[in-house]
Design a protein around this ligand. Structure first.
Ligand code: AMP
Length: 427
């Protein structure tokens, strides 16, 4: 029988990598704390309707990429493809309108999209998601973009490009849509099949097509930023002034429309020069009408999501630090294999652990030599050796693996002695 493997597009995060993830998530938490965003944990599955109405029926995510199934109670359920719609649902469900606005929330966890897997693109992937709900102030857009940039600064990422656009609002979009479809109509035949389908349903998405001939055809297409209403124009100008004032370098990209329909006004992405084809580490923007789309009142909002896998890949290729791996600090070696000696070793092990020292011993019956070899392979700075002769004298040997010297300490205090050595008090 063939061994069962993980489903296509999923990725096991094994110990060699998981500590790096823990580091990235810790930095996300620290930055979110510093900016006053509070953590929420939301369900991994939601009613399918939340995403159909929230993200938009004509988006790739809803049309082709959702993991949707009927549960045993006959309800249509979808594994979340993103977090923003769930965040807004939770805001409405918990009456957060009664709190001081904006309500600033963040969360991290797995998302699910049935996409074609490739480097940096998976069917289950993690996002850190940050949202500020309840106000329309462009300074909040500035804060959200600033939060993403501060996150990458702390993680040590370089070679990033921030691309920005305004996608307007329901007031000014019809005028742009008309100008765009007038421009595209005579070129319709030359567009790719997907874009021909988008023409009547969602023409704005044609600007975002990666097909080289569509790209060329839309080079001169009318830009949304030339059709903004006064309110959207003012908002965009204020944001641009704010970004300039904080010294954030951004490039304007009139083609940036993003894959989710709920965006209004600000849309932005942060691209990494070290990711290849799937080069976005972060995507976000404003979504002032999402709450209404899912049956709530008007609740403006702005936020971003960033892929954890892509952050880790970029950090690895740029040689960024992930802090220190939680390596073993003391390895305990039984010089003899009888139970009495091994129990003494286990006793010291317990004491060390209760002092918060990362300590371990061998459980596979290795010889003294093999245990010592294992300790040096693990690059453990301290080894504590107990054998029959030590036990008879009620002592244990402590070996400094860096310097190679060895000393004895009474068995009753050896854990404490090692603890102090690790704390750097004595060497
Ligand atoms: P989106 O929700 O599509 O705006 O994506 C936000 C961010 O999530 C992107 O910039 C990526 O970093 C990450 N991301 C989106 N889709 C995937 C995927 N299929 N695999 C890995 N990361 C993804």
């Amino acid at each position: 029988m063939e061994a069962i493997r993980a489903p296509r597009g999923t990725k096991d995060i094994m110990p060699e990598e998981s500590w790096k993830w823990a580091y990235v998530l810790k930095v996300c938490r620290d930055v979110a704390d510093d900016f006053g965003y509070r953590e929420v944990q939301l369900p991994i599955f939601e009613h399918t309707e939340l995403f159909c109405r929230g993200i938009g029926d004509t988006t790739d995510v809803v049309e082709k990429e959702m993991y949707t199934f009927t549960d045993r109670g006959g309800r249509s359920i979808t594994l979340r493809p993103e977090l923003t719609a769930s965040m807004v649902r939770a805001y409405l469900e918990h009456d957060l309108r009664n709190q001081t606005q904006p309500v600033k929330l963040w969360s991290a966890g797995p998302m699910f999209r049935y996409e074609r897997p490739q480097k940096g693109r998976y069917r289950q992937f993690w996002q850190v998601d940050v949202e500020a709900l309840g106000v329309q102030d462009p300074l909040v857009d500035l804060e959200v973009i600033g939060l993403s940039l501060e996150l990458y600064r702390r993680l040590g990422l370089s070679n990033l490009e921030v691309v920005l656009n305004s996608v307007g609002c329901p007031k000014c979009r019809p005028e742009h849509r008309k100008a765009l479809t007038d421009y595209l109509m005579p070129r319709l035949e030359q567009l790719c099949e997907t874009c021909q389908g988008r023409f009547s349903r969602n023409p704005l998405r044609i600007l975002d097509c990666k097909n080289p001939s569509c790209k060329e055809l839309t080079e001169e297409a009318p830009a949304m930023t030339d059709h903004l209403c006064d309110e959207c124009r003012e908002h965009f100008d204020a944001l641009l002034r704010g970004l300039d004032a904080v010294g954030a370098k951004v490039s304007l990209d009139k083609r940036l429309v993003r894959g989710l329909d709920y965006y209004t006004k600000t849309a932005y992405e942060i691209l990494s020069g070290d990711l290849g084809a799937q080069n976005a580490v972060c995507g976000g923007g404003r979504y002032d009408h999402l709450a209404e789309a899912i049956g709530g009142p008007f609740v403006p909002g702005v936020g971003f999501a960033s892929g954890i896998e892509r952050i880790v890949i970029t950090m690895e290729s740029q040689g960024c630090s992930f802090g220190e791996a939680p390596n073993c600090q003391v390895f305990l070696v039984s010089a003899d294999q009888d139970l009495e000696v091994r129990l003494a070793v286990a006793g010291v092990l317990k004491e060390l652990r209760s002092l918060g020292v990362r300590a371990d011993m061998d459980y596979s019956g290795k010889s003294f030599k093999a245990q010592m070899k294992l300790a040096s392979q693990k690059d453990v700075p301290w080894v504590c050796i107990i054998g029959r002769s030590e036990l008879e004298k009620s002592v244990a040997a402590i070996k400094d693996m860096g310097r190679g010297n060895q000393e004895e300490a009474p068995l009753s205090t050896v854990a404490e002695v090692i603890f102090r050595k690790i704390a750097g008090e004595v060497r």
